[in-house]
Design a protein around this ligand. Structure first.
Ligand code: GLV
Length: 324
């Protein structure tokens, strides 16, 4: 029997590739180059399956041009690169990689928040430039993390894992805002209290964004929201570019509206708003929150398992949509 045809749109780990080779006839992009839309469409012709990452946009144009496509397995928990409504309408199964990255991503969110509060990048740049000639009592002082108020916007799995780190490890008071309030046992496990978005912005000493990107979430944090925050507060974004208005943030950091920001995700990444690069009180990382070797391998493996299960069992492990 002919194997289904699979496009792997980005370089993956050899062990995951070998596993997929047993089940699929593979067209493999053995590089880190993102296919342009035309190339993606060309490569997907006649293919039933695709393995994608968050930068491969699967939209109505792609779906319409590739009618044989039955499943797209994203190597990411976020799937804003998918037009899920079009995929569902065209009966294309979408999958993502939740759970396997939760703790690793929470570690990074917490690390970025701490680095932001304690001015790790800013002081390292100062040191590397040879500007450190003497120690002073007030040198690179910043807000404390322990026993401060941690605000979390988006209280899914990763938000909860960050809350637990803050509440149990750092004696932080944890407040959160989310589309829905957590159940009482979950709130208790996270020692977290539900508040309005306004109260979250006004009260948090350290605000961490972990909400999914949807068109409604575009610029959830803009000039008006930043203006509500404390001038001593920090903002950390490990969710998605576009949730923060990067231009407004750069301006707020320059003006001292908030103290500092840590960003792992950006509008139009990997291109960055140049204003962000010249602001000193910011920590910038290239979308690496889930990047432990073990977790990235687990993400690729789960995406592969979704593809294999779809063709061998007729159902996937971590669906994003329901196909009738
Ligand atoms: C990374 O950003 C992911 O969504 O997994």
């Amino acid at each position: 029997m002919n194997k289904p045809k699979l496009l792997i749109a980005r370089r993956i780990y050899p062990e995951v590739l070998s596993k997929l080779q047993e089940h699929f006839d593979i067209d493999y992009n053995d590089s880190d180059e993102v296919y342009a839309k035309d190339e993606l469409i060309k490569r997907l012709q006649g293919k039933q399956a695709a393995m994608t990452t968050g930068t491969d946009r699967v939209d109505e144009q792609v779906l319409k041009a590739c009618p044989e496509l039955k499943i797209c397995a994203n190597i990411a928990v976020g799937y804003n690169n998918f037009d899920v409504a079009s995929m569902t309408a065209r009966k294309v199964q979408a999958t993502n990689t939740p759970d396997v990255l939760t703790e690793t991503t929470a570690d990074f969110g917490f690390a970025l928040m701490m680095a932001t509060a304690r001015r790790v990048s800013e002081s390292e740049h100062y040191l590397r430039k040879g500007l450190w000639t003497q120690w002073s009592l007030d040198m690179f002082t910043g807000p404390d993390v322990h026993a401060s108020t941690l605000g979390i916007l988006g209280m899914g799995r990763i938000g909860q894992a960050i809350a637990k780190r803050g509440a149990h490890g750092f004696a932080m008071r944890v407040i959160y805002h989310n589309r829905s309030k957590l159940s009482a046992p979950l709130e208790q496990a996270c020692k977290a209290q539900y508040v309005s978005k306004e109260e979250l912005l006004k009260t948090a000493d350290h605000l961490v964004l972990v909400l999914p990107y949807t068109p409604e979430a575009h610029h959830t944090i803009g000039q008006a929201e930043l203006a509500l925050m404390k001038p001593t507060a920090t903002l950390t974004n490990i969710a998605r570019g576009g949730i923060v208005d990067d231009a407004a943030l750069a301006q707020a950091l320059r003006a001292g509206t908030i103290a500092a920001a840590g960003l792992d995700v950006f509008e139009n990444e990997p291109a960055l708003n140049p204003e962000l690069l010249s602001v000193p009180n910011i920590v910038l990382t290239p979308h690496i929150a889930s990047a432990s070797r073990k977790t990235r391998a687990a993400m690729a493996d789960l995406a592969a398992d979704n593809l294999i299960a779809f063709f061998t069992k007729g159902q996937v492990l971590t669906p994003v949509n329901t196909i009738q």
